[in-house]
Ligand binder design. Structure first.
Ligand code: NAD
Ligand code: TDX
Length: 337
């Protein structure tokens, strides 16, 4: 696979994957990205120009997508509207990009018979009870868990997964799917939980926690997500789904307290704000299939150390996130969050 088309490659996770591909293969990469508010084009700066090309365009536009898919050996599909809170305020862009965009890419992959990897989320499975509320052994998501999405975002990702499965079964498209847990690391937009709280504390404000703060997310460093996707692209079995996770379950309140402690602030110095509608309680990934079948292991096993590195990155890169901060907080404030 010498020519890889990476959709959404100017976003938080897609750009990390582009760096991973350039550092670990000799493939040529074309990034197709609409450069929405969520893109982090700066993260692609410094990559070799003879290896990486950026095409600005919409994955839902077949006239843009078709020639790029035709010239590629494989498509790795990250592009999406990705933020749950935005999907509650305005679901339309999530349907267009996540569902119509995926459909447009699948049609091109079918037409030109190209290998396709679809990047998805564990949120398609809905949520799990907290460990202390579980009856018996605490459950985790597996590849066999039934789909049960809660938000417009997760429903649109579930819809896109179903399209990929149908295009494999009905049309023989050579596709794989991965469903990953919550990513953290550099270049994540400050609307998301960890960078929002870090930048709030940098600004001398209190972190803003939804509901009772007991919701659990299963954190994975974005570099580990990238190595898992490249592993699946190389060795995954066509038609299969692989769950990606690094055993990083933490409650939101525990994450916020770790951030406050990092800055020497009182770890109860928290602003409790309006809960998210339909807020999923707990996510947890069982990634045994990926580890056993394809031999993948995460490199970032210590969440607290990875979190400390991430906090320091946001301290050192204020020039990147500062321009988006005021508008992001104004939008949250309008919703009591
Ligand atoms: P992001 O919002 O940071 O980046 C998305 C990128 O897609 C941006 O560069 C944006 O400009 C681009 N994009 C959006 N609409 C587009 C369109 N119509 N055409 C072309 N480009 C478009 O998202 P992210 O957090 O990097 O997530 C990337 C993928 O990984 C998504 O598919 C998401 O569902 C999935 N995922 C994310 C997480 C997570 O924790 N963030 C976890 C599991 C899976
Ligand atoms: O200010 C906040 N306060 C708060 O308590 C924000 C922004 C979030 N939260 C809570 C909501 C969640 O329980 O923190 C948790 C994480 O929130 P997000 O960063 O919005 O992530 P989440 O909704 O879990 O979804 C993320 O992981 C799965 C990504 O945004 C998705 O793209 C991915 O599919």
């Amino acid at each position: 696979m010498n020519r890889i088309l990476v959709t959404g490659g100017a976003g938080f996770i897609g750009s990390n994957f582009v760096h991973h591909v350039v550092g670990n293969t000799d493939a040529q990469v074309t990034v197709l990205d609409k450069l929405t508010y969520a893109s982090t084009e700066e993260s692609l700066a410094g990559l070799p120009e003879d290896r990486v090309r950026l095409v600005v365009g919409d994955i839902a536009d077949a006239s843009v997508v078709d020639p790029l898919v035709e010239e590629a050996d494989a498509v790795v599909h990250y592009a999406a509207e990705s933020h749950n809170d935005n999907s509650l305020s305005d679901p339309g862009p999530f349907i267009r990009t996540n569902i119509v965009g995926t459909f447009t890419l699948l049609e091109a992959a079918r037409r030109y018979d190209k290998r396709f990897h679809h990047v998805s989320t564990d949120e398609v499975y809905g949520d799990l009870p907290l460990v202390e509320e579980s009856l018996g052994e605490p459950k985790r998501f597996t590849e066999d868990t039934a789909y049960n999405p809660s938000s417009p975002y997760s429903a649109s990702k579930a819809g896109s997964d179903h399209l990929v499965r149908a295009w494999v079964r009905s049309f023989g498209v050579r596709a794989t799917i991965s469903n990953c847990s919550n990513n953290y690391g550099p270049w994540q937009h400050i609307e998301k939980f960890i960078p929002r709280q870090v930048t709030e504390v940098i600004d001398g404000r209190r972190p803003r926690v939804y509901g009772d703060g007991l919701n659990v997310r299963d954190w994975i460093h974005t570099s580990d997500h990238s190595s898992a996707v490249l592993t699946i692209l190389d060795r995954g079995r066509i038609g299969e789904t692989y769950l990606i996770g690094a055993d990083g379950e933490r409650s939101n309140i525990d994450v916020v307290r770790a951030i406050l402690r990092h800055f020497g602030r009182d770890d109860d110095d928290i602003e409790w704000v309006t809960d998210r509608a339909g807020h999923d309680r707990r996510y947890a990934i069982e990634s045994g299939k990926l580890r056993t079948e394809l031999g993948w292991t995460p490199q970032f096993q210590d969440f607290e150390a990875g979190l400390a590195d991430t906090i320091e990155w946001y301290q050192a890169n204020e020039a990147w996130w500062r321009p988006a901060k005021a508008a992001t907080e104004a939008a949250y404030a309008a919703k009591g969050q």
